[in-house]
Structures are given as C-alpha cells and as structure tokens.
Ligand binder design. Structure first.
Ligand SMILES: *[C@@H]1O[C@H](CO)[C@@H](O)[C@H](O)[C@H]1NC(C)=O
Ligand SMILES: *[C@@H]1O[C@H](CO)[C@@H](O)[C@H](O)[C@H]1NC(C)=O
Ligand SMILES: *[C@@H]1O[C@H](CO)[C@@H](O)[C@H](O)[C@H]1NC(C)=O
Ligand SMILES: *[C@@H]1O[C@H](CO)[C@@H](O)[C@H](O)[C@H]1NC(C)=O
Ligand SMILES: *[C@@H]1O[C@H](CO)[C@@H](O)[C@H](O)[C@H]1NC(C)=O
Ligand SMILES: *[C@@H]1O[C@H](CO)[C@@H](O)[C@H](O)[C@H]1NC(C)=O
Length: 451
C-alpha cells in the first residue's frame, strides 16, 4: 500500500476508535449543504479535563444523564461564527485543549453549524437570535442544577460574539464574562445595543478587533476593546484578492490565533489606551499611570486581572501590535531623542538591539518625524522579540530622500525605556548619526537627573 493509503486507514481507525469510545463530533457539512441552506440545530459538545479530546453531545433537557458535567465547576462556552462552506472550524481542538489546560472547567463547544452554514450570510445572521434563545434555555437549566451564572464565560467568534451578547442580555447581564473575537460587523454595524453585543451583556466584556474594515465590527463593544495592529490589516495576511480565500478571512481568523497565544501564555502583549492607532504609533499613548502598579492591561485571557479598574473606567479602547506568526507579541520601548543640530531635521530612525548573538529589530512605523534642537522627540520602538540583556544598540538615521545631500543627526542624548517590565532604561550621550550609516554602541546607565 502507498503511504497515503496507510494514512487514510489510520485516520479511519482513529475515527472509529473515537466513535467506539462514544465521542461525538462537531457537525461536518460541505458546500452543497451551504448552497441549499441548512436549518438551525444547536448541538452542545461537552469536554472536561478527563475527556479533552472526546466530546459528549449533551441533552438539553435531562442533565442527570451526564455525571461528568459538574455544576460546581465554572463553565466556558465556545461559540463559532459564520461557516460559509460548512466545514468545522480548524481551531476547535486547540482552543479546547488550551482552555482546559488553563482552568478546570466544563468546556462546551456550541455547534450551530446547521444554521451557520449557508452561502447566504443573512440567513446565518437571522439564526443568531434563535441560537441564543436555545442557549439561554440551556443555561437556565444549568442554573436550576446549581450552576452560578457569574462563573460562566462565553468565548464568541464573529457571529458567535453577538450570540453571546444576546444570551447575556436575556440573562440580564449576570454572566461572568464574554470574550468577543472579532465580532461580526455586517448587519450589526449601526444597530442599537439590544441588536448586538454591548458591555451590559455580562459582568465583564472583553473584545478583540482584527478586521474592522471588512468582516469585523469597527466601534468598541466591551469594557475593554483591543485593536490588534490598529484592527484593520494583520501582518502576514494577503493584501490583494489574488490570494483567493485567505484574502477574505485571514485578518478575521487572526483574532482566534492571537487569543490562543494568550491562553497558552506564549508571551505577553501589553495594550495601550489611545484615541487612535496613529496616535499610538506616534508614541503619544505610552502612559499607563491610570492602572497603577499593574501598568497597562495585557491582551487576552488574563485581562481579568484588570477587571475592577476597567469596570471603573467604563469603556477603554486599546492598541497593540503583533508579529505575523506565533509568538505574536512584540516588545515595546519608548525612545526619547534630543538633538543639538541648529536646523530642524525630518527623518526616520531604525533601531536594533543585540544580545549574545541574537538580534531584535524595531519597526518604528511612523511618518517622518521632526527632530528639533534641545527638544525631546518621543518614539515608539516595537521589537519582534524580547532580549534578556541588551549588550549593544544599533541606530540608523534616514530621510528617505535620495536626491538631497546626506544629513547628519547630532544626538545629544538617547534613552530607551522598556515598557513591559522592570528592565533598567538604556541611555547613550553624544552620538553622531550620518544618514544611512548604521552606528553600533554599548548602552550606558542613564543619568537620572537628565530626564
Ligand atoms: C456533501 O455531503 C452530502 C451528504 O453527506 C453528500 O451527499 C454530498 O455528495 C456532499 N457534497 C460534496 C460536494 O462533497
Ligand atoms: C435547542 O436545540 C436543540 C437541538 O437543536 C433542541 O433539541 C432543543 O429542544 C432546543 N431547546 C429549546 C429550548 O428550544
Ligand atoms: C434522565 O437521565 C437519567 C440518567 O440517564 C435517568 O435515570 C432519568 O430517568 C432521566 N429523566 C428523564 C426525565 O428522562
Ligand atoms: C465537582 O467539582 C468540584 C470542584 O472542582 C469538586 O470538588 C468535586 O469533587 C467535583 N465532583 C465530582 C462528582 O467530580
Ligand atoms: C431578567 O429580568 C426580567 C425583568 O426584570 C425578569 O423577568 C427575568 O426573570 C430576569 N431573568 C433572569 C435570568 O434573571
Ligand atoms: C503552547 O506553548 C508551548 C510553549 O510554551 C508550545 O510548545 C505549544 O506548541 C503551544 N501550543 C499551542 C496549541 O499553540
């Protein structure tokens, strides 16, 4: 037999073993279902720490049938969105494993694939209210069995975010938490709060936006809203339609991948409150004083550590940037530059940090910035990774103009402040930067009185 035949056989065997163990699977539909259209079924698949890779379809009416469904434990619901081709979401297994690894919960995957699989998006939208009615009835049953609403967490993706919101509203906002991953925009944008997710739907609502110019929702919907890379285009996602299907869904799906990294504690992304992404990139929103010693909130699963202060603040809009692949977190530094050139200079600075043969490169994603004599210019430098101890720093100044004479930037002092942790700031005094020539130096201890 050929290898693929072995593999097919192996796959069939695995499926059969899982069936024999009594595992239930997420509904697998195909394009012909989606073209004909499907009518709503709300299936609930239960996973626990003892059955991480084996789902149990649970009864909506008789909960005593499932002794492993333990009502003294918290319950987390995962709710998918629109399924234009009917296939199961490819992240289900991962999110189940990772959420159960973080917390001993009843994990319930809400399978409304019948209802979400439809080439007609509007039909799927119509079904969100019905799916929410069904789930609400189920949760009220759970409550009868002793489950507490405040220990329920719903993780809703795209349309699933609004389903979570509708359930939350029907339960008068008493659910503990709703996490919305790129809540759907089309058909929800511009509607009143009762027709979409809003902060009153749960005790705490945290929202991630990754595709606000297409499939996602632009305006804030939670107590905290995270706009990854500004919320519009995600790094590594195709920019043109020539890339086919990925063009439509890459930005939208990135929301799930970013959340998975946060559940897995792969790394930490601090998010900075700001009025706009441009202001954030310009380095104008790096102050985290309003959060006290905890600093700015982290994106994702662990943002609950900031819950009380965020509830006090009402609604907070925050920004952070990511890499194109996992680990997605970037490391932020504030860079203060003061020059003593007589004339004003406009340009860009590239920074590299070096440590034990490793290198981190900063993207300073701004328009040409103004450097002015004895005036501090503040920049946000975002590095692709965090280096343990920085041994050397490289700087390059450019104006982006090929025809003009080469300029020099006479830096009186430079200070790099790590924004995530407690690392000491790095300084250097009196550096001459010739245009397009990289200068590498050892950073010094900062003279505190100077800044
Ligand atoms: C889709 O699934 C149905 C039922 O399982 C099957 O009859 C049909 O041939 C499938 N269509 C395609 C395009 O795979
Ligand atoms: C919820 O949906 C399931 C399956 O679609 C159905 O069996 C159940 O009766 C529904 N519950 C309510 C309250 O409508
Ligand atoms: C519920 O399930 C339990 C255990 O399977 C069974 O003993 C009981 O009769 C069922 N109750 C109803 C109302 O069906
Ligand atoms: C249900 O969960 C609680 C809390 O985790 C635990 O103390 C208890 O032993 C569990 N009950 C069963 C029957 O497993
Ligand atoms: C929500 O509030 C309404 C009106 O006050 C009440 O009728 C309903 O029972 C409440 N539902 C829950 C789940 O608390
Ligand atoms: C979770 O993180 C570990 C490293 O801490 C990594 O090896 C693993 O692949 C990650 N799992 C997922 C599902 O991303």
């Amino acid at each position: 037999m050929f290898l693929w035949q072995y593999l097919t056989l192996l796959l069939l065997l695995t499926v059969q073993i899982r069936k024999a163990q009594g595992c239930d699977e997420f509904t697998d539909l195909n394009l012909s279902h989606a073209i004909i259209g499907t009518s709503l079924k709300t299936r609930l698949l239960l996973y626990t720490r003892d059955t991480v890779s084996c789902g149990t379809l649970i009864s909506h009416t008789n909960m005593s049938t499932h002794p492993q469904f333990n009502f003294s434990r918290p319950t987390t619901f995962v709710i998918h969105g629109y399924r234009p081709t009917g296939s199961p979401p490819n992240w289900l297994q991962k999110i189940t494993e990772l959420l159960l690894a973080r917390k001993d919960v009843n994990l319930i995957v809400v399978d409304w694939n019948y209802g979400a699989a439809n080439v007609n998006y509007f039909k799927a939208v119509e079904n969100t209210q019905k799916a929410a009615d069904n789930l609400t009835a189920f949760i009220l049953k759970m409550q009868e069995h002793g489950a507490s609403l405040s220990s329920i967490h719903m993780v809703g993706v795209s349309l699933g975010a609004h389903v979570s919101g509708f359930v939350g509203a029907k339960l008068n906002g008493s659910l503990g938490r709703i996490t919305a991953l790129d809540p759907a925009g089309p058909q929800f944008t511009g509607t009143p709060p009762e027709d979409r997710l809003d902060p009153s739907d749960a005790q705490f609502v945290d929202v991630l936006h990754t595709d606000i110019d297409a499939l996602g929702f632009r305006e804030p919907l939670g107590h905290i809203d995270f706009y990854a890379n500004g919320g519009t285009d995600q790094p590594g996602c195709p920019k043109t339609i020539l890339s086919g299907g990925a063009y439509f869904k890459c930005d939208h799906q990135r929301s799930v991948l970013l959340f998975l990294d946060s559940v897995n504690q792969t790394c930490v992304s601090k998010a900075f409150p700001c009025s706009s992404y441009q202001e954030f990139l310009n380095g104008n929103c790096l102050n985290c004083d309003r959060f006290g010693a905890a600093g700015c909130p982290v994106f994702g699963y662990d943002v609950t550590d900031w819950r009380d202060v965020l509830l006090k603040l009402g609604q907070t809009k925050t920004y952070f940037t990511t890499n194109a692949v996992s680990p997605f977190c970037m490391t932020n530094y504030r860079m203060n530059v003061m020059i003593w050139n007589r004339d004003v200079r406009w340009g860009y600075i590239t920074v590299k940090l070096h440590s034990k043969g490793k290198e981190a490169v900063a993207t300073i994603n701004h328009k040409a910035v103004e450097f002015k004599k004895y005036t501090e210019t503040k920049l946000l430098a975002q590095f692709d990774k965090d280096l343990e101890s920085v041994e050397k720093v490289s700087l390059k100044f450019s104006t982006g103009n090929v025809f003009k004479p080469k300029y020099k930037l006479r830096v009186l002092r430079l200070r790099l402040t790590h924004l995530e942790g407690t690392k000491r700031p790095l300084c250097r005094y009196d550096i001459l930067l010739e245009e397009n020539k990289e200068v590498t130096f050892r950073p010094l201890l900062c003279e505190e009185s100077n800044f």
